[in-house]
Ligand binder design. Structure first.
Ligand code: SGN
Ligand code: CA
Length: 532
């Protein structure tokens, strides 16, 4: 009989088993520096959801607040800082996560794409390993999605189904090296596990680092059963750019597979005809993904009706998934309060990128346009940071790793490309970045978005879409915050265009993204393997 019988497939027991098992695994920690009981360094809880965008957080945007508020996530903003200008350097899951843990851009950490992107090289420096070396007790729970096993954690439990996207229901995790199947709803299981671990380490006398990474609200937006009945009868509001006609952006925004027409039958939770199984069933569900697979929802007569019907079904499911995330964030905050840990704990809430909630007529992400490029970022640390403040510092997700280290009093190694923003947000007059860099590579699947690189300054954005087109875009965000009017070819902007292009070239040298277009295309074309 195996001694690890706890890990038999299909664990149905309550969370008691986790409480029992976590102590066993936390004792398997790797070598650490000695830390005294009086260690006053802050704890860090880094909460990251998947595809949760600012439009769906009521602290940022009241579009859906009346129907699906996020009071617990909003608490972090009320009791801390709401950051309005945090940007990811590659708006897709694995690459964004790789950037965050390494503090380096995709071309430096080598993890460019999800599809055919291979596996993250685990031999690299990452901030959790550094904090662990410096005496932090560390854990990672939820979505990892980097293919290789997490390093730098005393305890981890990550979604480990093929592709590592995670299942909403009855998820499969890698639990410190063991494959476990757990019955229930992923958002709750992930949070239960994190809370059990927090409870275990809270009195260890050492500061802790927790990466709490929800799988929700990623496609295909399956809400917990308690929220499936909360949908309001009324329609959700449409974003102002829902009917974008893509003028001046015909070959880029106007040529994707991420408009409402590409929501498939599985996304829309349609019931398949009886008798379909296996491949035929999978094909029936995924119908809609590709060009030419437009389908009419029941009762819809026109394309216009179909678009709206699909949006309504998608947005209600998405927001209901967010409700579970919000609840679990509330439990974590309550735990900190009850245990007297709130004051000395840095709590961050963010997502791996933004997302289109019907904005520009889209779902999904990938573009340098604001709804996907911009990340939600809320931070609370009562011992040091002000409360109820909005911060507009231009920040890139390469800056997260050095910032976490800075709060822990640890200096980032020179190879890290980001910079700590601790002093800037503390009001110190230190030199700070005036632009953020972006480079996206994946093509054509999923969603048919042309590879592009670009830069955003406080007022402008410039981007070059280069794979099999050669299109420049320029937006004046002050005059055109919704990015509906690409002025790259506008003679009135010719001078500005030239100077921004020169600035972008300089920035590319600075961040060491100096490949030729041919080399960039090769990255797109290379099959680095899959994480299945
Ligand atoms: C899946 C989704 C895509 C999504 C990617 C990347 N399709 O492939 O819509 O863009 O993940 O998402 S699905 O039909 O399988 O849901 S990411 O969060 O990992 O970047
Ligand atoms: Ca994502």
């Amino acid at each position: 009989m195996r001694t690890d019988h706890h890990f038999s497939r299909n664990i149905t027991a309550s969370w008691l088993w986790l409480l029992l098992l976590v102590p066993f695994f936390t004792s398997c920690a790797t070598k650490k520096k000695e830390v005294t009981q009086t260690d006053q360094r802050p704890n860090i809880i880094y909460i990251m959801a998947d595809d949760h965008t600012t439009q769906a957080i009521s602290a940022y945007n009241d579009r859906y607040a009346k129907y699906f508020p996020t009071p617990n996530i909003d608490r972090i903003a009320k009791e801390g800082i709401r950051f309005d200008n945090v940007y990811c350097a590659n708006a897709i899951c694995g690459p964004s996560r790789a950037i965050i843990i390494t503090g380096k851009y995709s071309h430096e950490n080598g993890y460019y794409k999800n599809e055919s992107g291979g596996r993250f090289n685990p031999d690299q420096w990452t901030f959790p390993q550094e904090l662990q070396r410096h005496g932090y007790t560390t854990a990672m729970v939820g979505k990892w999605h980097l293919g290789t096993r997490p390093r730098g954690f005393d305890f981890f439990m990550y979604h480990n189904n093929p592709g590592q996207q995670g299942y909403y229901w009855n998820p499969v995790y890698d639990y410190n090296g063991k494959q476990v199947h757990i019955k229930g709803y992923a958002t709750n299981i992930t949070a239960d596990t994190a809370l059990a671990w927090l409870n275990r380490v809270k009195d260890s006398g050492k500061p802790f680092l927790l990466l709490l990474h929800f799988k929700a609200p990623h496609r295909n937006w399956e809400p917990d059963s308690i929220y499936q009945n909360m949908y309001p009868d009324t329609d959700m509001p449409y974003p102002p750019t829902f009917n974008d006609d893509y003028k001046t952006r015909e070959k880029t925004a106007g040529d994707t597979w991420m408009t409402m027409d590409y929501l498939n039958r599985k996304d829309m939770k349609l019931t398949p005809p009886p008798g379909l199984t296996g491949k035929a069933l999978r094909e029936w569900y995924s119908y809609g993904n590709k060009k030419g697979e437009a389908w009419m929802p029941p009762g819809c007569k026109t394309i216009e009706e179909a678009r709206k019907w699909k949006y309504q079904r998608f947005i209600k499911d998405y927001l209901a998934c967010v409700k579970s995330v919000d609840n679990q964030v509330g439990r974590v905050l309550d735990f900190l309060d009850k245990n007297g840990l709130a004051n000395n704990t840095v709590v961050v809430y963010t997502a791996d990128q933004g997302f289109y909630l019907g904005d520009h007529g889209f779902f999904d992400k990938r573009f340098i346009y604001e709804p996907s490029f911009r990340m939600p970022f809320l931070m609370r640390y009562p011992a040091e940071l002000p409360k109820g403040v909005v911060n507009r510092t231009l920040i890139s997700n390469v800056d997260f790793a050095p910032t976490f280290l800075d709060f822990a009093g640890v200096k980032a190694p020179a190879e890290v490309q980001g910079t700590s923003f601790r002093e800037v947000i503390g009001g110190k007059d230190v030199p700070w970045r005036k632009k953020v860099y972006y480079h996206y590579y994946e093509w054509p699947f999923w969603h048919h978005v042309q590879p592009h690189y670009g830069m955003r300054t406080e007022r402008y954005k410039i981007a070059h879409f280069y794979y099999n087109i050669d299109v420049w875009e320029l937006y004046d965000l002050q005059k055109d915050p919704d990015e509906l009017n690409n002025v790259a070819g506008d003679p009135a902007y010719a001078h500005l265009f030239d100077s921004l292009k020169t600035e972008l070239e300089k920035l590319m040298v600075q961040v060491k993204d100096t490949g030729s277009l041919e080399e960039f295309r090769k990255i797109t074309d290379t099959d680095f393997g899959s994480i299945n």
